[in-house]
Design a protein around this ligand. Structure first.
Ligand SMILES: [Zn+2]
Length: 63
């Protein structure tokens, strides 16, 4: 069933190493967060968090 395949792929992306900071900060310690936010180039327009890669944010815009 296509529906199942779609569901599965979406879950794979979410459980990948790169998860948006918006969730990341709730599940990880300060040292890991620090690596992602140093020299920030993007900011999330939803939650206002900053990161150095846009992959880390759910709604990235240039800082
Ligand atoms: Zn966000």
């Amino acid at each position: 069933m296509r529906f199942w395949t779609f569901d599965f792929e979406e879950e794979t992306i979410l459980s990948d190493d790169i998860e948006p900071m918006c969730d990341f900060v709730e599940n990880n310690d300060i040292e890991k967060i620090r690596e992602r936010v140093k020299d920030p180039k993007f900011i999330c327009k939803d939650c206002g968090r900053a990161a150095n890669k846009k992959e880390y944010l759910c709604s990235p815009v240039d800082l």
